[in-house]
Design a protein around this ligand. Structure first.
Ligand code: ATP
Length: 227
């Protein structure tokens, strides 16, 4: 099967990280930026690096941008350039267009003009960091929608020795325990009478506000203080 080809536009911190990660995963990556210096920096890292102003339709045509399977637009600050670039790429018939948004309004516009996926890296990272700050035992947070996510955390003291039923997570917090990891094994069908043991890692899905409430109420502040 032919390897997927990616083009990443905008070599700021986010765009260059995406380009580098894709390249390390073995994909063909074209990096594009209007700044010649940034292109020179990326040249050794990606398959191809070209300098072009992507608000210029002819320049994008000349690059053959429509032949790429996925195009990521990571122009952040210059919202006008981001919107124009997205519009042109959509017109040129790029199969999959992923665009970084600076804020909600920018994201809304991008969705309306045909971006297949709008991403908010700063906001997502902020949310992740917030979970880590509230609960140092949160190992990971995955956003499912802007309002919902999955958290993974090591069972705090207040949960240990109690069963899922006793903790009453579903009724009290409207969250669901998806799985419990223990000793390298993942149980994806935990039973209500399963006892939480020290060192168990719980994977829970719910609304962000409920997850945060659960994290706070299970006495994680005490752990923060004792650190
Ligand atoms: P980050 O926070 O990820 O560093 P940012 O949101 O600050 O990025 P910018 O620095 O504004 O994003 O833009 C990222 C890159 O996009 C810059 O290297 C800039 O040169 C490039 N860029 C901006 N406008 C265009 C354009 N019209 N054509 C091509 N590249 C562009």
């Amino acid at each position: 099967m032919r390897k997927k080809q990616f083009a990443v536009i905008g070599m700021g911190r986010f765009g260059s990280s995406v380009a580098q990660a894709l390249s390390e995963m073995g994909f063909e990556v074209l990096a594009i930026d209007s700044d010649e210096e940034r292109i020179q920096d990326m040249a050794p890292i990606v398959t191809h690096a070209v300098s072009a102003d992507t608000t210029d339709e002819e320049a994008l045509r000349a690059i053959g941008i429509r032949n790429f399977d996925v195009v990521v637009v990571a122009i952040g600050e210059d919202i006008q350039a981001s919107i124009l670039t997205t519009l042109i790429l959509k017109d040129l018939g790029v199969p999959k267009l992923i665009v970084k948004a600076q804020n909600e309004l920018h994201g809304k516009v991008l969705g309306k003009i045909g971006a297949d996926r709008v991403i908010y890296p700063e906001r997502d990272m902020g949310l992740r960091v917030a979970h880590h700050l509230i609960s140092p035992s949160v190992l990971d947070f995955i956003e499912l929608t802007p309002e919902h996510g999955i958290i993974e955390f090591e069972a705090p003291g207040a949960m240990i020795g109690r069963t899922i039923k006793q903790l009453d997570i579903r009724a009290k917090y409207q969250c669901n325990v998806l799985g419990i990891k223990a000793g390298g094994h993942m149980d994806i069908t935990p039973m209500p009478d399963q006892v939480i043991r020290s060192g168990d890692v719980l994977v829970i899905v719910g609304a962000n506000k409920d997850l945060l409430r659960l994290e706070v109420e299970f006495d994680v502040q005490r752990e923060v203080k004792s650190r």
